[in-house]
Design a protein around this ligand. Structure first.
Ligand SMILES: NC(=O)c1ccc[n+]([C@@H]2O[C@H](COP(=O)([O-])OP(=O)(O)OC[C@H]3O[C@@H](n4cnc5c(N)ncnc54)[C@H](OP(=O)(O)O)[C@@H]3O)[C@@H](O)[C@H]2O)c1
Length: 260
C-alpha cells in the first residue's frame, strides 16, 4: 500500500520502540516524516536506527513536547522545510514508572501530565492553528492512549490518569475540530514488546502472554498498523474513537489461570 504518498507526517517520540515502527510505517507508505525525541542524543539515536532500516525521507528534530518554546521551534522548522502538515501522531509519553502513589510527590504527577497531556495538547494546537486550518486538505490527529485508561495497572497512578485524560481530550477535540474538517482518534494499546521486555525473566514474559486471550503482546508494527488506519482515508468517517489494540486483554475480568 502507498496510502501516504506525498503526505507530511509528524510523529512525536518517534525515536524509540513503538515510535520507530510508526515512523517506519509512514515512511514505507510514501510519506515524508518528521519525528522528535526529547533530547538531541535520543533523537539522533533513533535517526540512526531508521537509517539502518533503510528508511528515507525522515527529518529528526529534538523537542521536549512539554516545553512550548521547543514545540514552537519544531513547527518553525517544519514550516520552513515542508510548509505543510497532513498527519500528527502524538506518541511521546512519560511512562511514570517507579513511584507508588503513597510516595508520589504531586509534582511528579504534573511532570507526567506535562508530557502526556499538555504535550499532546500543545503539539496538536500548533498543528491545527499553524497548518491544518490554513490548508484546503485539512489534517488528521492520532493519539497513543493505553488500555490502562480503562483498566488500571499498579503503581502507575500518574500514567493511568494521563491516558484517561487523553481519551477525554480526543473526544473533546473531535467535537471542536470535526466541523472544521479535522479528525482526531486514538489507538489504545495493551502490552507492546519494547526494549523494557528484553530484561524481563522468560517466566514473566510468558505470564504476561497468558494474560492475553490472543496469547501474544503487540509488536510495534501491530500498533503502527492501527495508527496508519486512523491516519488514512480508510477511517474517513471516524472521529473521537479510541481503538483498543490489546490482544483481547480488556475483554477479560480475570486472567485464565485465576478463572475457575
Ligand atoms: N509499551 C507498551 O506496552 C504500551 C502500552 C500501552 C500504551 N502505550 C503507549 O504507546 C506509546 C508508545 O509506547 P512505547 O512503550 O513505545 O514508549 P516508550 O518506549 O516509553 O518511548 C516513549 C517515547 O516518547 C518520547 N518522549 C518521552 N518524553 C518526551 C518528551 N518530553 N518530549 C518528547 N518526546 C518524549 C521518548 O523519547 P526519548 O527517547 O527522548 O525519551 C520516546 O521516544 C506511548 O504513548 C505509550 O504510552 C505503550
Amino acid at each position: 500500500m502507498n496510502r501516504f504518498q506525498g503526505k507530511i507526517v509528524l510523529v512525536t517520540g518517534g525515536n524509540r520502540n513503538t515510535g520507530l515502527s510508526i515512523v517506519k510505517k509512514f515512511c514505507d507508505e510514501g510519506a515524508k516524516v518528521y519525528m522528535c525525541g526529547s533530547s538531541t542524543a535520543s533523537t539522533q539515536k533513533g535517526s540512526d536506527i531508521l537509517a539502518s532500516w533503510g528508511c528515507k525521507n525522515i527529518t529528526s528534530i529534538p523537542c521536549d513536547v512539554s516545553d512550548i518554546e521547543q514545540v514552537k521551534n519544531m513547527f518553525d522548522i517544519i514550516e520552513k522545510d515542508a510548509g505543510r502538515l497532513d498527519i500528527l501522531v502524538n506518541n511521546a509519553a512519560h511512562q511514570g514508572i517507579g513511584k507508588p502513589f503513597t510516595e508520589m510527590d504531586p509534582s511528579y504527577l504534573m511532570e507526567v501530565l506535562g508530557v502526556n497531556v499538555r504535550g499532546g495538547f500543545q503539539v496538536t494546537q500548533q498543528a491545527v492553528n499553524r497548518f491544518f486550518l490554513k490548508q484546503k486538505e485539512r489534517g488528521v490527529v492520532v493519539f497513543l492512549s493505553s488500555n490502562t485508561a480503562m483498566r488500571a495497572i499498579r503503581n502507575r497512578t500518574a500514567y493511568c490518569a494521563s491516558k484517561g485524560a487523553i481519551n477525554s481530550m480526543v473526544k473533546a477535540l473531535a467535537l471542536d475540530l470535526g466541523p472544521l474538517g479535522i479528525r482526531v482518534n486514538a489507538c489504545a494499546p495493551g502490552y507492546i514488546y519494547t526494549e523494557r521486555w528484553d530484561v524481563l525473566p522468560e517466566e514473566t514474559k510468558q505470564r504476561r502472554r497468558l494474560n492475553c486471550p490472543l496469547r501474544h503482546e503487540a509488536t510495534g508494527m501491530d500498533i503502527a498498523n492501527v495508527v496508519a488506519f486512523l491516519a488514512s482515508e480508510d477511517s474517513a468517517n471516524m472521529t473521537g474513537e479510541i481503538i483498543t489494540c490489546d490482544a483481547g486483554c480488556s475483554c477479560q475480568h480475570m486472567p485464565e489461570d485465576t478463572d475457575f
